[in-house]
Design a protein. Structure first.
Length: 701
């Protein structure tokens, strides 16, 4: 077991990792106490967690998340123009802390909640174990940072008052989420304690030590429950937060056994990197927005280890499978749209994230000095006060290389008509097709397409924003956002896709100068029983061709769905539509303003947003019903809406062939014709000002 390095901190005692410890019994679900727990090897004993300030190995503070040297640098930077926004933000937050009357942490609410099912208590658990404590702790944490820089008594008084108020928090609550929730605000509390350590009396330190003891025990209890019951798919971002907090407490209170458990124990950080990373370093969960939810807590632990000179440095560690934390930061460049935004696949809660939003690239750049990180930070606008302590240097910035990319482990394909310097901040195309399995935080989005062009996400997977605090469990998230109705895919008989435990088949992927092509298929009828599907996307400089084939044993109602830029009022259609009562079982109550028409002719629609126009032309097919409607932007009744399109056919087999164009001027008409089929391929001709181009597409059999 690695001790603390004597270079920075002397380890006064070595603790032995417990081989037998408490494990959460299934009775935990009904609120069983410690006496009801079974025993299981491989976990630290909760009863062994008994923190005391006398064991803290450092004689100077702060030393954990920030150091005395960091404080000295922050005192220099606070008046520097480059850090003005961070300094101003810190000043504003400190004013809040000084005025703040901390909210109640009375645990009596638990009497009404503890006998309810955990599915019912997501909102109250989030509020009482995360949201409320964060709202209390964050201003206190910022006041502690401000005191470290300026030494003002008012800042110290505010930070002390807030932390001592939270010191009575009971941590008695039980739910899937409590371990992560405690860690989210717990690391701020630990940082504040470290910064202000010398300003607490012996009795106050004892109170805070008991507070962190309760926190550590509660997080360990929750961590064991997750591991033993394979919650969240077994590998999940929650586990990273548990391990971060336990590891940081271990470093702070000289408990190497907790650090060992956090790094090398069951579902420890090294195991999470090994089993949780796919492809070139993407996190395994089915939402790219959740990538850093797992990685950020690892960085916090990595900072604590490096700052204290611990004998293991997470920034330099490599797992048996060759994984390391740097890969998590490198890999995200490959999934970006030209504007640097992250595709909102899976649970994104209506948030459009840009990679520049991720603050921990500041830590990653300090650790690795990667010129691509410098390029990213040069384009960022961070105002977090931690920037004062870390600093930022964007010298030597280098534009990341990028091209069309396939992620076979995750089931993602990106087609790009431009590369490297020509791609970023350009009007170029990026088509994103998913054929992933149904992982944690997935939506019913298999064979869904997102299309970026002319600086905009023209065809997004969409979500109505939940206005309740806990979006994950919100009604709109369950009923609408995760449904196929919110994706750009095909829906059969108005039923959602089935969850699948394997990826769909990758049929082809090519990247030539003339065109970029991908085909993925459900040959086994995994998504819908007895229904095979395939989707081919071809990107050229002038247009994107999208061919969706469906083949079933029996006739079905088939709906091809897309969502677009613009407003419903901006939509132009080549066919006259009339209002119609449309019934879409399931989530249709969220949709409104249905208009429809049936046609045998080609269909062309246009949508505008600002100076950009998107056009879609669909090849003719007999008895095609075109349906447009309004998709809500939030869960409120009178919210703004965005355009949604369903193209419906009744058939056992059909082919949807569409061409997309985008531009800032009037777009030319195009024609799509299916030619005489080759033996194992379909042939399509796309005609426009560029002439006539033919495309061969794998036939769905």
């Amino acid at each position: 077991m690695p001790p603390l390095s004597k270079h920075r901190i002397c380890s006064r005692r070595i603790w032995i990792l417990a081989l037998v410890c408490s494990i959460i019994h299934p009775a935990f679900l009904s609120g069983a106490g410690a006496d009801d727990k079974a025993h299981m090897p491989g976990f630290p004993s909760a009863n062994s967690i008994e923190f005391s300030a006398e064991r803290i190995p450092s004689e100077e503070h702060p030393f954990l998340f920030i150091t005395k040297e960091d404080v000295t640098e922050a005192q220099k930077r606070v008046t520097h123009q480059r850090y003005q926004r961070a300094a101003e933000f810190l000043g504003d937050e400190v004013k809040k802390a000084r005025r703040m009357a901390p909210g109640s942490i009375d645990p009596s609410w638990w009497n009404d909640a503890k006998d309810k099912s955990w599915s019912e208590t997501y909102p109250i658990i989030y509020q009482k174990t995360c949201l409320d404590p964060v709202r209390i702790m964050l201003p206190g944490y910022y006041a502690a940072l401000s005191h470290a820089i300026g030494g003002k008594d008012d800042d110290l008084a505010a930070a002390r008052r807030i932390l001592l108020h939270l010191a009575e928090y009971s941590f008695e609550f039980e739910h899937y989420d409590v371990g992560m929730n405690y860690a989210v605000w717990g690391h701020y509390a630990l940082n504040a304690y470290d910064i202000m350590f010398e300003h607490f009396s012996g009795a106050e330190r004892a109170r805070l030590d008991k507070f962190f003891t309760r926190m550590g025990r509660a997080i360990l209890k929750n961590d064991i429950y997750w591991i033993e019951n394979d919650i969240g798919g077994g590998i999940n971002n929650h586990l990273a937060w548990h391990k971060m907090m336990l590891g940081c407490l271990g470093v702070f209170y000289d408990r190497p056994d907790l650090v060992e458990y956090a790094l090398h124990g069951r579902r420890g950080v090294l195991s999470l990197l090994d089993e949780g990373m796919v492809d070139e370093g993407l996190w395994c969960e089915s939402s790219l927005n959740y990538h850093f939810t797992a990685i950020v807590p690892m960085i916090y632990l990595g900072e604590a280890l490096r700052n204290t000179g611990y004998s293991e440095d997470l920034y330099e560690m490599t797992t048996p499978a060759g994984r390391n934390i740097r890969q998590a930061y490198d890999s995200m460049f490959g999934v970006l749209f030209p504007d640097g935004s992250v595709p909102p696949i899976g649970d994104a809660y209506a948030r459009r994230m840009k990679l520049t939003d991720e603050f921990t690239y500041v830590h990653a750049h300090k650790a690795f000095r990667d010129p691509r990180y410098a390029w990213l930070l040069r384009n960022a606008d961070h105002k977090r006060p931690e920037l004062l302590f870390i600093g930022i240097d964007t010298k030597g910035a280098k534009v990341p290389k990028i091209k069309s990319r396939l992620y076979p482990d995750h089931g993602y394909a990106f087609l790009r008509d431009r590369a490297d310097d020509d791609y970023w901040d350009s009007d170029g195309w990026c088509a994103f097709l998913t054929f992933d399995k149904s992982g944690v935080h997935c939506n019913q989005d298999k064979l869904s397409l997102m299309l970026f062009g002319c600086g905009k996400l023209l065809i997004p997977d969409v979500e109505a924003k939940a206005t309740v605090p806990h979006a994950f469990s919100a009604k709109v998230q369950r009923q609408l956002n995760r449904s196929a109705l919110s994706q750009n895919t095909v829906m059969i008989d108005h039923r959602d896709q089935r969850g699948i435990s394997e990826k769909l088949s990758l049929v082809q992927f090519s990247d030539t100068p003339e065109e970029k092509t991908v085909t993925a298929a459900d040959y086994k009828g995994l998504l819908y029983d007895g229904v095979k599907q395939s989707r081919t996307v071809i990107v050229t400089s002038e247009y994107v061709l999208d061919v969706f084939q469906i083949k079933a044993r029996d006739e079905h109602k088939i709906d091809w769905i897309i969502h677009t830029i613009g407003t419903p009022e901006s939509q132009k259609c080549s066919i006259d539509l009339t209002p119609e009562e449309i019934e879409v079982p399931g989530a249709d109550s969220w949709l409104r303003g249905f208009r429809a028409a049936t046609t045998d002719r080609p269909i062309r629609l246009e949508w505008s947003e600002g100076t950009v126009t998107l056009a879609m032309t669909m090849a003719a097919c007999a008895k095609t019903k075109l349906i447009t409607c309004r998709y809500p932007t939030t869960d409120q009744a009178n919210c703004p809406t965005t355009p949604m399109l369903l193209i419906e056919r009744r058939a056992a087999a059909t082919v949807y062939a569409a061409a997309y164009q985008a531009g800032r001027q009037r777009l030319p008409e195009v024609q799509i014709n299916q030619l005489e089929n080759a033996d194992d391929r379909l042939a399509f001709q796309v005609a426009g000002p560029w002439g006539q181009r033919e495309h061969l597409i794998p036939r769905l059999r």
